[in-house]
Write a protein that binds this ligand. Structure first.
Ligand SMILES: [Zn+2]
Ligand SMILES: [Zn+2]
Length: 415
């Protein structure tokens, strides 16, 4: 087997004709599907020997995670995939046939992909108990046969139609269950981003959509995808609620973004910082978050022993913020019309670099422009008491300072 695979990897694929290449792609897919069937058989054997217990782990899924370094989800899925398709041994020693004999044959033959098999398996599991064994076999047969023509998502739609036909009350039931089965998870992805997964009932989803819709509208010349705009809208919604300060207090503090960072590290601009809620951000992002934030200094004894926790120190206080709003009237970046309530107070010289928290060293910036400034290509400077922004040389070779002329018309220069 290893030799065959090595030979396939080493062969010169560019020598194949188009037909040969198409045939090869199909053949390799069939092999990999058949190998998945082999993996399921082996998994089922692991499970029936109860090897997990003798290896000192709680389940076959956990054993697979250790053995193959699969994600928890992939490991659980593999065990469930195996259970439904492989014959199982009874305590008496006799063997019970596969629960999904049709899918078993198709998996062995390599005509059913693991994703299509997932659709078949879930559909059969979700059929109500009063559906006869005979009907179940027919449903399985039909789905397996259609897997020849349909990809997993088309097959899924067909499965929903079959289900609602066999189980008309099920539609009403699932509507009722939907509220109980609502969930939302935020889990770290392999590349460090946070993956948001969840399920809402149709009715509650409408509430969320209604709140996101006005914030997700495309702006002129918007190149963002609809999905990106929705994601931005969700963050904007949360940001506005946090800034409005109307959310319930949690453990005597208002809900906030938390991160712990060494002051010396914050000054050095490179590296990463762990967020209190999980996940990691770059030092650049940490500096932006700290730019307009409550800071609680903690004096450390040695590596990780807090010695003294200082008082919370609000960096941009009420009167200063009001003065900033009176001066900037919204985002101070050139051409931006976002209102003050969308804005953070940006320190022109970061406080960790010795910049003062004063009207002369701060400017209101919307989330977009705050991020842009912290990315470092644009710089901000105070000229005659008004924040000016200096474009990178590839936008303006002369690097002429610009200001927000929407709110501060350039009267002197126009004259
Ligand atoms: Zn800032
Ligand atoms: Zn802006």
């Amino acid at each position: 087997m290893d030799e065959i695979i090595t030979a396939l990897l080493d062969q010169d694929w560019s020598l194949l004709s188009d037909e040969e290449l198409l045939a090869s792609v199909r053949r390799v897919e069939t092999w990999s599907r058949r190998l998945y069937a082999v993996a399921l058989t082996a998994t089922n054997e692991l499970d029936s020997r109860r090897l997990a217990a003798s290896q000192g782990v709680s389940s076959t899924a956990v054993l697979l995670r250790h053995l193959l370094r699969l994600s928890p989800r992939a490991a659980r899925r593999r065990v469930e995939d195996a259970k439904d398709v492989c014959p199982s041994a009874m305590v008496s020693g006799s063997r019970v046939l596969s629960r999904l004999p049709g899918a078993a044959v198709a998996l062995r033959a390599g005509t059913l992909s693991d994703e299509q098999y997932g659709v078949v398996r879930r559909t059969l599991r979700e059929l109500p108990d009063d559906v006869s064994p005979r009907t179940r076999i027919e449903v399985e047969k039909q789905l397996v046969a259609e897997a020849d023509r349909f990809d997993p998502s088309q097959l899924g739609k067909l499965a929903v139609r079959i289900r609602s036909h066999l189980d008309p009350d099920g539609v009403l039931r699932s509507e009722r269950n939907a509220a109980d089965r609502m969930e939302l998870t935020l889990a770290q992805d392999l590349d460090g981003a946070i993956r948001v997964r969840g399920r809402l009932s149709a009715e509650t989803a409408a509430v969320v959509r209604a709140a996101l819709s006005p914030l997700a509208k495309p702006v002129p010349d918007d190149t963002r995808s609809a999905a990106k705009r929705r994601a931005d809208a969700l963050v904007e919604l949360a940001r506005r609620l946090l800034n409005a300060g109307t959310l319930p207090v949690e453990g005597t503090v208002r809900p906030h973004i938390g991160l712990t960072v060494d002051l010396a590290e914050l000054r050095c601009h490179t590296g990463v910082v762990d967020l209190d809620w999980g996940g990691t951000v770059s030092m650049q992002a940490a500096r932006r978050i700290c730019c307009d934030a409550d800071i609680i200094p903690i004096v450390m004894r040695g590596a990780s022993q807090p010695l003294d926790v200082g008082r919370r120190q609000r960096l941009v206080t009420g009167p200063l913020r009001r003065a900033l709003i009176a001066r900037d009237r919204g985002c101070a970046a050139p051409g931006c019309d976002r209102p003050p309530e969308w804005c953070d107070a940006h320190h022109l010289v970061h406080w960790s670099d010795g910049g003062a928290t004063s009207i002369d060293n701060t400017a209101l910036l919307c989330g977009y422009h705050h991020t842009l400034i912290h990315q470092g290509e644009w710089t901000a400077r105070m000229i005659d008491g008004i924040p000016h922004f200096i474009p990178p040389p590839w936008i303006d070779r002369a690097r002429t300072p610009q200001r927000n002329t929407l709110r501060h018309p350039v009267l002197g220069e126009a004259a």
